[in-house]
Structures are given as C-alpha cells and as structure tokens.
Unconditional design. Structure first.
Length: 63
C-alpha cells in the first residue's frame, strides 16, 4: 500500500517506530506496506489517529 509508505515518511517515522505505536511487529507492518496482507480497519483507524488524518487518505489512491 503505497499510501502507507508516503504517509509514514511524511511524518519522518520508521516502520519500527510506527509498528511499536500500533502494537504490532515491524514484520507485520512491513507486510501491510508491501500489500502482502490486507490492512485491518482497526490498524487503519489507529494510523489515522496517530497521524491525525482521515481514513480516506489511507485507502483512496492519490491522484
């Protein structure tokens, strides 16, 4: 999920730092970023709260 990479990098956070805040392993988070696992809505909500963004910014493609 490229939007996850962009969002995380815009906030100068590593995968490990974000995974820790989400309460998941860095390996699991990496699978979400690579699109190898579907992002659960519960994790998406946590990401939106951490970065103070809407869920649309996570799930809708950037044009």
């Amino acid at each position: 999920m490229n939007s996850l990479i962009t969002i995380r990098e815009q906030h100068n956070m590593t995968q490990t730092e974000l995974a820790r805040k989400l309460g998941i392993s860095p390996q699991r988070y990496n699978l979400y970023e690579k699109g190898k696992r579907n992002l659960p809505i519960s994790i998406a909500v946590k990401i939106s709260q951490i970065f103070k963004i809407s869920l649309d910014e996570i799930f809708l493609p950037n044009n």
